[in-house]
Design a protein around this ligand. Structure first.
Ligand code: XMP
Length: 331
């Protein structure tokens, strides 16, 4: 539309003027904000932007490949993918406390990003002078006001505080004045697929806080497959009353891995396998949330598919806790 077209033109002009002939580095997470920031900056300065995508091994099924397909493949942006999954899983071995896990993941994320940014600064011919971040208006307000413990963690993970100074880079934040729905509209106008732009939020520590207790690769692999089935069924199931998919009718939905085993029966045999919990909530601000009244038929299909298709999981439960007193994530 016209208004958005004008906005893009203006934003592009502003970025070009700010950056001049210098270069920009951006940490791409696959989330909405960093994706839209990347697409906008790429539109403005093309190859003067290098995106760094740190894969911590705790992403959803095929997520890393999807991010690369989109940005390197379709947008032809410069993207460095850093596969750091072994590093992350190694440091997480034996750690089961949720906040300790968050600290390790957040800290490593910054270390890996810094190392990569330093490499780029050294090897690129042009002067790398900028760090771009997908900070949006609500983040700007939030960092001025009261913060919850988790909000602080969100900050330290995503909008890595102090990082520009440490890297000797200036901060470029082209989404600073936009609300979330404006960021989404901008993303679509820039050609990002609506499925990406209207995705549920995903926490920085990823599956690290959806595997209860110690994180192990085998657990992550099982969880990824169960979660993908749940999301696929939510996307494919429409609510008759509204005509919307259950994915769009929920604010956040995911599977959680419970490292306990229970007995089941499969064919003639007995199984003794892991459990997943499904979580789906509706909320306007994520401060309070109701568990979603998903149709039984949908839950039945999801549970049937997970148990049949994901060997190693033989029981599926549905979380009927609202926030408060439960939180949305299980850790
Ligand atoms: P809770 O579990 O506190 O979650 O009800 C509220 C919202 O915040 C997200 N969340 C996080 N996001 N890093 C993030 O980037 C984190 O450590 C983190 N913890 C929770 C959660 O997914 C939900 O949207």
């Amino acid at each position: 539309d016209w208004v958005m077209g004008d906005y893009i033109e203006e934003a592009v002009a502003r970025i070009r003027e700010q950056v001049g002939d210098e270069e920009v580095i951006l940490g791409l997470s696959g989330g909405v904000d960093s994706s839209v920031a990347a697409a906008l900056i790429h539109r403005a300065i093309g190859d003067q932007l290098t995106c760094v995508f740190v894969d911590h091994g705790l992403l959803r099924l095929n997520e890393g490949d999807m991010v690369m397909d989109m940005f390197a493949g379709k947008l032809h942006a410069r993207v460095v993918r850093v596969d750091a999954s072994e590093l992350f899983l190694g440091k997480l071995a034996g750690v089961s406390d949720p906040e300790a896990k968050r600290k390790i993941i957040g800290g490593l994320f910054v270390d890996v990003f810094k190392a990569e940014a330093a490499k780029i600064k050294e090897t690129h011919a042009r002067h790398v002078a900028w760090l771009a971040q997908g900070t949006i208006y609500p983040d700007v307000i939030e960092s001025g006001g009261a913060k919850s413990k988790k909000a602080v963690t969100i900050k330290s993970h995503h909008n890595v505080g102090g990082l520009p100074e440490q890297l000797g880079l200036k901060l470029l934040e082209p989404l600073r004045e936009l609300f979330k729905d404006e960021v989404r509209e901008l993303g679509v106008a820039l050609g990002l697929p609506p499925e990406m732009v209207y995705r549920h939020p995903f926490p920085g520590p990823g599956l690290g806080v959806r595997i209860l207790g110690e994180v192990k690769k085998d657990y992550a692999d099982l969880l990824r497959r169960a979660d993908a089935i749940f999301i696929e069924e939510l996307r494919n199931t429409k609510d008759e009353a509204t005509g919307k998919s259950w994915y769009d009718l929920t604010s956040q939905a995911f599977a959680v891995f419970l490292p306990v085993k229970s007995v089941g029966v499969m064919g003639d045999g007995r199984t003794y396998d892991y459990v997943v919990a499904l979580r789906a909530v509706q909320t306007s601000d994520f401060m309070t949330a109701d568990w979603a009244e998903l149709p039984y038929s949908l839950l039945k299909r999801v549970s049937g598919r997970i148990i049949n298709e994901v060997r190693g999981i033989n029981r599926v439960t549905y979380d009927v806790s609202s926030k408060p007193p439960a939180t949305i994530e299980w850790e």
